[in-house]
Design a protein around this ligand. Structure first.
Ligand SMILES: C=C(O[C@@H]1C=C(C(=O)O)C=C[C@H]1O)C(=O)O
Length: 88
C-alpha cells in the first residue's frame, strides 16, 4: 500500500537523519581536539582557507548531485557550530 511505503521511507529518512547528526557530533569532537592542538601552537581557530578547501574537495566529489553553493549551505553552519564549540 502506498501509505505504508511512505511510512517506511520516512522511517528510513529519520534513521539517516539521526546518523547524520551523530556524525556531525563526532566531527565536532575531532574539531575540538584539533583546536586544543592549535591553541598550543598559537594558531588561530578560524581558518577560512581550510574551510574553502573542504568545500572545494566535497564539490569535486559530489558535483553530479550537489552544486557548490548547496555544499556551502550545508557546511558553513557546521563550521560555524564547530567554532562556537571551540570557543565555548
Ligand atoms: C578544524 C579546524 O578549525 C576550524 C574548523 C574547521 C572545520 O570545522 O572543519 C575548519 C577550519 C577552521 O575554521 C581546522 O583548522 O582544520
Amino acid at each position: 500500500m502506498n501509505s505504508e511505503i511512505i511510512q517506511n521511507l520516512r522511517s528510513d529518512i529519520d534513521e539517516l537523519d539521526k546518523q547524520l547528526m551523530a556524525l556531525v557530533e563526532k566531527r565536532a569532537q575531532l574539531v575540538l581536539r584539533l583546536s586544543d592542538e592549535k591553541k598550543q601552537l598559537g594558531m588561530t581557530e578560524y581558518d577560512p582557507t581550510r574551510e574553502q578547501a573542504i568545500i572545494e574537495r566535497l564539490y569535486q566529489e559530489f558535483k553530479p548531485t550537489f552544486s557548490q553553493s548547496e555544499i556551502e549551505a550545508i557546511f558553513k553552519p557546521i563550521f560555524k557550530a564547530s567554532l562556537r564549540i571551540q570557543q565555548a
